[in-house]
Design a protein around this ligand. Structure first.
Ligand SMILES: NC(=O)c1ccc[n+]([C@@H]2O[C@H](COP(=O)([O-])OP(=O)(O)OC[C@H]3O[C@@H](n4cnc5c(N)ncnc54)[C@H](OP(=O)(O)O)[C@@H]3O)[C@@H](O)[C@H]2O)c1
Length: 273
């Protein structure tokens, strides 16, 4: 799925840009980057139904998604309706589209970074719906695979860990999954450059890598909390959905590189405060 595109006409501006899922953490960050865009929340457009009509967009930034990884195991059809059906509806608008996908399309068996040409093999229902969404995004799409997203709003690991750290002396965190935490502000800032590239799949994630336990320790350090991290295994944690043990993403296709995840963490915490 690599299509050379005339990206110069595809970058969009002003009201010509449509952001779906604008109430989510990435959608909000993009709305900050594209202040004149139409930033549509689920209340404006539930993407499981076709586009309600109106002035057609010139560029779609499609962030609306079912992101409850464990919930997708219980309701894979519900997850598919949003992730696959929603992407089909967004792609049907006919405008170039930036679609956000995930490291969870990989099974995590590699021990060196996943690049765009690596074969996808999702372990769980969420990853499967996102892989199908990639296929549903059409020929004028930038498919941006990213990972471990966090920001100052919404449901994410940083906010959960901060809350737990304020309540407890010790928090048990998984130490056998390794990936790239990605600050939504850094990802949103890279989107205009991505929309200048040929259409295709790109890996765009925070520089560096760590485990969830490393990430939690860094959050406590940066936030000045004395909470300890107890390192546990994925099996001990016992989440419903399987997750890749290793999902570090890097680009072999010249995608923009993002700042280190720890720099993103500092920026995020400055905004949380
Ligand atoms: N979060 C991660 O760690 C991560 C990692 C890799 C890739 N991604 C991908 O990155 C993208 C953005 O993720 P995110 O972390 O910003 O997700 P998020 O914070 O969960 O935001 C997703 C947004 O989509 C909305 N939404 C859900 N169902 C919808 C529907 N039927 N119609 C319209 N909107 C709907 C949600 O609204 P409600 O709040 O009303 O449900 C929410 O505002 C997604 O494509 C996700 O798969 C995320």
């Amino acid at each position: 799925m690599e299509h050379e595109g005339t990206a110069a006409v595809a970058t969009g501006s002003g009201r010509g840009v449509l952001i779906t899922g604008a109430g989510g953490q990435l959608g909000r960050a993009l709305a900050g980057r594209y202040p004149e865009a139409r930033a549509w929340t689920r209340a404006d457009w539930d993407v499981t139904v076709p586009w309600p009509g109106g002035e057609p967009p010139e560029l779609v930034l499609h962030t609306a998604a079912w992101t409850d990884v464990d919930g997708a195991e219980d309701d894979p059809q519900g997850a598919a309706a949003v992730n696959v059906g929603g992407t089909q509806h967004a792609a049907a608008l006919g405008a170039p589209i930036v679609v956000f996908s995930t490291d969870y399309v990989f099974d995590g068996r590699k021990r060196e970074p996943y690049v765009e040409s690596d074969a996808a093999s999702p372990l769980g229902a969420y990853g499967r719906t996102k892989l199908h969404a990639e296929a549903a995004s059409g020929e004028r799409a930038w498919v941006v695979r990213t990972s471990w997203l966090y920001g100052p709003t919404g449901r994410n690991f940083v906010r959960t860990i901060l809350r737990l750290g304020a309540e407890r002396d010790e928090v048990a965190v998984v130490d056998d999954q390794r990936g790239c935490p990605t600050y939504v502000g850094h990802l949103a800032a890279a989107v205009p450059a991505i929309a200048q590239l040929p259409f295709g799949v790109y890996h765009v994630a925070g520089a560096g890598e760590c485990t969830w336990a490393d990430f939690a320790e860094a959050i406590f350090e940066e936030a000045g909390l004395p909470t300890r991290v107890r390192r546990i295994t994925t099996d001990e944690f016992g989440a419903k959905a399987p997750r890749p043990a290793y999902s570090v993403l890097r680009s072999e296709r010249g995608a923009p590189t993002l700042p280190h995840w720890r720099d993103g963490l500092r920026e995020c915490l400055a905004r949380v405060r």
